[in-house]
Design a protein around this ligand. Sequence first.
Ligand code: IPE
Ligand code: MG
Length: 236
Amino acid sequence: MDGNGRWAQERGLPRFSGHKAGVETVRSVVEECVKLNIGVLTLFAFSSENWRRPAKEVSLLMDLFMLALNREVKRLKRNNVRLRIIGDHSGFPAKLQAKILEAEEMTVTCTGLVLQIAANYGGRWDLTQAARNIARQAANGQLVPEAITEDMLSGQLTTAGLPDPDLFIRTGGEQRLSNFLLWQSAYAELYMTDVLWPDFNPDVFKQALLNFSGRQRRFGRTTEQVKASAGVQEND
Ligand code: IPE
Ligand code: MG
């Protein structure tokens, strides 16, 4: 979700107004995902590197995160959305940590869309904490190195149990991953748009989905193989 600051600056507003507008966009995108029956939506809200921003902006973002959790959780529950906050919670103020747990708990029985908010998240951090967990098991004698497989490592990431993302959308015009879901996005289709996050709306989302539906996903195979297996499925 990139481009909040520029959206505000273009309007002569403080950057924070862009972040507030960005929360409105989150609400509309979540509702669109519910309508479209999408299984999992993961939003990159705050990276482990965003602490480097001016202290004032960081503290306003923390306040906004708290406010959004307070305001939106009931609506999520009504929409049967299960909320998960992925990232290093220990970096947040104690009150926010408690609110995160409470919000997750409130939607724990929801069975519809899984909404993951990545906050104080970094793909490298995710892999590092997974490596640490695995090493701990090995050091305890519960695991031999040969037992470490890709599936096992996936199971130690914060996204354990969820499918890898099919589509990776970045708004705001940059062409980079910026340390988001690095392992999980190995085969994600990338869609970069110049649209700034507060301007992202159901129409832009549909364009991204339409573009995605035209991609051929080969996962290392040849076009012929993919066509042949699609043919088999059609004839089933
Ligand atoms: C994304 O918008 C929101 C966060 C990273 C919190 P930016 O704040 O990065 O907006 P730009 O890139 O300055 O426009
Ligand atoms: Mg940015």
